[in-house]
Design a protein around this ligand. Structure first.
Ligand code: ADP
Ligand code: MG
Length: 612
């Protein structure tokens, strides 16, 4: 009757269960082993993997190593040299501290540990299988530690079944290796996969050199250095220009006090840092190192330390946002100023912080009514007194169907979440090129060519993707003679051109005749367009084979050619352009990734003038 039901589990069963938390797959073993190596102050680490890590994961380091007693203890659960009491958890400056990893790995693999410290004693070799100690003996070994974990989950069939394909596991392993290689550019690292050397990274590198080595030359041209030092938080590293965006976060490397980690807060700060530079669902490339007093970070929130928490989240968030925006040379994202400013549309705008509006007597009046505000966000549906009505219909820069300045329906306005400002006005032009605008946030310079390219690009891509390309027949079909190499490239893409709405045919030799173009590109010189396309396709190189990439090349080239063809724009066209640009998905860059707009916020001006 009183039979006992609750039993204490044997140690190795308990370990096996606990292992489930730490060891999910080969890459998690690698993570723990690499963290241990760096905690032991290794300056060189060799990693070897076979069969995606199922057969072998080996990490050998030249760190401090262990004496025999420590080596035996290191395999026990809850055994760590890194903290002594509960208070130490409050300021952890090592990667490990839970004392779980080695015990966990040893309980679900056949583990061999060879280690030797610098005390001049012989090294130690320990063999463990499925958590059971098999052998301990002296062995000659260099100072440092080698751990080989073989046959992962050999004694836990249920877990083994959950391992994915060799390729998938390998890609996780590789990602883990990259993270540590980036986190420790000063260390030399190698990775051998199935007996073949995959990476051989020399130590003593800077982060920049390491990035170049891992991602190839050229990558760093599209990165900007981050250097932000706030009183509590330092943020360094590199962030990619918006053009380096992708659909996943696989190129986001985040480190908090040297630990590769994540935190919802950091993800949010990155999104904010790139505010409106990236379309929804696209993620930038970042290599960010957040450094702060270890007492201000809680690393003990997740068994694999995948996430951390901050004691002062807003300090971290602000530093990351500001670091990114400084690096991309953007001003802080505008606050909620927009909505109020609209209500006073006919007053001259006052820089925030300026006590009273200042008027200069002898200058021609630059009052609001001379430079009417253009509503760009759709938020302003009622034109203010004194404002000109938003642009007259159908200026010639705007083919029909382009989503013009007509007042927007409520849903349409809602979907325009990303418009940079609610209104702006065109003040003039400088350097016979740049357009000077005032918005509620500050002063904006616009490169009209880049802006126009962005507008045409999105206009055409939308039509193309929806399968409704508007085309226009040319009154006079245009004959274009190309250089033989260019002609070859164009010829190869003829079908694609046709699919994209161009009426183009071969005309003998290296000549082509064009009699119809998508309306987005009317006015472009066909010769320019085709030469430009050929150049783009050439740059595409190996990637040129991919149809989607070729479509983009052709579109970008066509936009460029169409814009080049126009060397005069009326004020109305410029106004139109500003509105069209503000309503694109990615108003801040042209399709080639160059900036279209440079904002100097009032906040920034006030700061520069020492007003705040
Ligand atoms: P933790 O890293 O959380 O302390 P581990 O189980 O990963 O726990 O390691 C247990 C202990 O073994 C560490 O605290 C450290 O003293 C020792 N150790 C593990 N790996 C190494 C290594 N590569 N070099 C030197 N010591 C190591
Ligand atoms: Mg550890």
């Amino acid at each position: 009757m009183a039979s006992q039901h609750i039993r204490v589990l044997p140690v190795n069963v308990a370990n096996k269960i606990a292992a489930g938390e730490v060891v999910e797959r080969p890459a998690s073993v690698l993570k723990e082993l690499l963290e241990n190596a760096f905690d032991a102050e290794a300056t060189h680490v060799d990693v070897e993997i076979t069969a995606g890590g199922r057969r072998l994961i080996a990490v050998s380091d030249n760190g401090q190593g262990m004496g025999r007693d420590d080596a035996l203890l290191s395999l026990e659960r809850m055994a760590t040299s890194k903290i002594r009491d509960v208070d130490d958890i409050e300021h952890i400056d090592t990667l490990g501290f839970r004392g779980e990893a080695l015990a966990a790995i040893a309980s679900v693999s056949r583990l061999r540990l060879v280690t030797c410290d610098a005390e001049g004693r012989p090294g130690t070799e320990i063999l463990v299988a499925g958590g059971t100690l098999r052998d301990v003996r002296d062995i000659g070994a260099p100072v440092g530690t080698l751990i080989e974990a073989r046959d992962l989950f050999f004694n836990v069939p249920a877990r083994r079944k959950f391992l994915r394909s060799y390729q998938t596991e390998l890609s996780h392993v590789r990602a883990q290796f990259l993270v540590h290689a980036l986190g420790h550019p000063e260390a030399g690292l190698t990775l051998k996969v199935d007996g073949r050397m995959a990476y051989e990274l020399a130590g003593g590198a800077t982060l920049e050199e390491r990035i170049r080595e891992l991602f190839g030359p050229g990558h760093e041209d599209r990165l900007r250095a981050v250097r932000r030092e706030d009183p509590e938080v330092k943020v360094t590293g590199y962030v990619g220009l918006p053009e380096l965006n992708r659909a996943d976060r696989n190129e986001q490397y985040l480190f908090v006090n040297g630990r590769a980690t994540g935190a919802p807060l950091l993800a949010y700060a990155i999104r904010e840092g790139y505010h409106s530079l990236l379309a929804k669902g696209r993620h930038p490339t970042v290599f960010l190192f957040v450094t702060l007093d270890p007492g201000l970070v809680d690393v003990n929130v997740h068994p694999t330390k995948k996430e951390v928490r901050f004691r002062h989240p807003s300090a971290v968030r602000d530093a990351v946002i500001a670091g990114i925006r400084d690096a991309l040379q953007l001003e802080p994202a505008g606050g909620a100023a927009g909505a109020d400013a609209i209500e006073h549309a006919d007053e001259p705008l006052r820089a925030a912080g300026a006590e009273s509006a200042l008027q200069i007597e002898d200058l021609p009046h630059a009052r609001a009514f001379k430079y009417p505000r253009l509503p760009v966000s759709g938020a302003e549906r009622q034109p203010s007194p004194g404002d000109r009505p938003p642009l007259a219909e159908g200026t010639d820069g705007a083919p029909e169907g382009s989503g013009g300045a007509e007042p927007l329906s409520a849903e349409a306005a809602d979907s325009l979440g990303s418009t940079p400002w609610a209104w702006c006005r065109v003040l003039g032009q400088v350097g016979s090129l740049y357009v000077v605008l005032e918005t509620e946030d500050g002063l904006v310079l616009m490169d009209p060519h880049a802006a126009h390219e962005r507008v045409l690009y999105e206009r055409f891509m939308k039509q193309f993707q929806s399968g409704r390309i508007q085309t226009q027949n040319l009154l006079m079909p245009e004959n274009v003679e190309l250089a033989p190499k260019d002609a070859l490239r164009v010829r190869k893409s003829l079908d694609l051109f046709k699919k994209m709405g161009f009426g183009i045919a071969e005309f003998g030799g290296d000549a082509f005749v064009v009699d119809c173009v998508p309306s987005a590109f009317t006015g472009a010189s066909m010769k320019h367009l085709l030469v430009e396309v050929a150049r783009h396709l050439e740059e595409a190189g190996g990637r040129g084979g991919k149809e989607r990439w070729r479509e983009e090349s052709i579109t970008q080239a066509a936009c460029k050619a169409a814009v080049k063809a126009r060397d005069r724009l009326t004020l109305e066209e410029i106004e139109r352009l500003v509105i069209d640009l503000a309503r694109t998905d990615m108003p801040y860059t042209c399709p080639h990734g160059r900036p279209t707009l440079i904002l100097t916020s009032f906040h920034e001006l006030n700061r520069k003038f020492g007003r705040e």
